[in-house]
Ligand binder design. Structure first.
Ligand code: 5GP
Ligand code: MN
Length: 355
């Protein structure tokens, strides 16, 4: 199969292509109001995919609006796109009216409605067609149209192939390409993981043809932190990281007090959990961050140690094999205690992990 003039390195299945054809038929109607919802605590892939899709839909002649469950980091606020984003947590009335007035809903970068936090019920109760585009394993059946492929590095990469399959690739603008590239860049940690499929680089090379400035994007995402955030990172690595070499694991925990000491802003702790994985022989890293009512957990692993399984078994979460998240209802200290008690139970698997 040929797509965008290149031989298509088939990741999309025939069933996906049929679903995409049905979605295209819906999009053939004129002037639809469309709401796009990414997951809670949106990351670069969630925001980048939402912006890329909104731009394309608007260029086809629809009115696409993005509603995020909560705020997203400043390092995702430099996009040149004029796609409009409403944060539900900050502007409930406006967000509700956008959702209520929508003829169609796209859910991006999550696999179950609960991942949209406070928007869960509004998604489940939405009466018009819902379309899921996602790359997480085990999608639940909460949308009429589900396009879900775990082989993609990111929802942004999948979305690019979906757009090409609809034949709307000519509607991709430079700023849409910039947003989609950002999704791929951030979900692969600057092409450091999840990049074993050549399709990722094929899509990147096609996005680059739109004239995007990849150096500028790299700076926008990764060279855009506050001094406080850098100091918080230094503090976490120096004072808060616990390494369990005999278990090939490491853990960082941060309390609310520590966050406020470093003037915490949304997104400041993003990526911290990855650092311990650069220690020789460490294959599993966890971070526990004290929030208002819960402790948010993030897990990263190397090789075949399943971070998502560890999270679903112990912290009511999930995600990908090597990047997962969850939460704990226990106070921070008890959460840390729980984690340290759990780890030895995984000793065999951790020691057997092949990288
Ligand atoms: P992060 O650690 O960056 O928040 O998330 C890593 C991965 O785990 C992402 O793919 C994200 O969607 C998933 N994830 C994060 N938190 C949760 C959670 O509470 N529940 C589930 N099921 N997945 C999560
Ligand atoms: Mn993603």
């Amino acid at each position: 199969m040929y797509i965008c003039g290149l031989k298509f390195l088939v990741i999309l299945k025939d069933t996906d292509i049929q679903i995409i054809a049905s979605v295209k038929e819906i999009l053939n109607k004129a002037n639809l109001n469309i709401v796009i919802i990414p997951h809670e605590n949106p990351d670069g892939d969630a925001i980048g995919s939402a912006i890329g899709l909104a731009e394309v839909l608007n260029n086809i002649g629809h009115n696409a609006r993005i509603v995020t469950p909560n705020n997203y980091p400043d390092f995702l606020k430099w996009f040149s796109s004029d796609a409009r984003i409403t944060v539900y947590k900050d502007k409930k009335k406006k967000a509700k009216s956008i959702i209520k007035g929508a003829d169609l809903m796209f859910c991006l970068d999550f696999n179950e409605a609960s991942r949209a936090g406070k928007l869960e019920k509004r998604i489940l109760n939405f009466e018009n067609p819902k379309i899921l585009i996602d790359h997480h394993p085990y999608p639940t059946n909460f949308c009429e149209y589900t396009i879900s492929e775990t082989k993609y590095s990111s929802t942004a990469e999948l979305l690019y192939d979906v757009i090409c399959t609809t034949g709307f690739e000519k509607k991709i603008t430079k700023s849409a390409a910039e947003a989609l590239y950002t999704g791929i860049l951030t979900d692969t940690g600057s092409f450091a993981h999840n990049t074993s499929d050549p399709n990722t680089f094929k899509v990147v090379s096609e996005l680059m043809k739109f004239g995007i400035n990849t150096d500028k994007i790299q700076s926008g995402v990764y060279h855009n932190f506050s001094a406080d955030r850098m100091k918080l990172l230094g503090y976490c690595l120096n004072k808060k990281m616990v390494v369990y070499p005999e278990l090939r694991a490491a853990m960082i925990s941060i309390s609310k007090e520590e966050l406020s000491r470093f003037n915490f802003k949304t997104g400041d702790t993003e990526g911290f959990v990855n650092y311990p994985l650069s220690i020789n022989n460490i294959v599993f890293s966890a971070i526990f961050i004290e929030k208002e009512n819960i402790v948010k957990a993030s897990f990263r692993s190397k090789g075949n140690f399943p971070a998502n399984k560890f999270s679903s078994e112990n912290f009511n979460g999930g995600g990908h094999l090597n990047a997962a998240g969850g939460e704990s209802d226990l106070p921070l200290e008890e959460t840390i205690e729980k984690f340290t008690q759990l780890l030895p139970g995984y000793k065999h698997q951790l020691l057997e992990t092949i990288i």
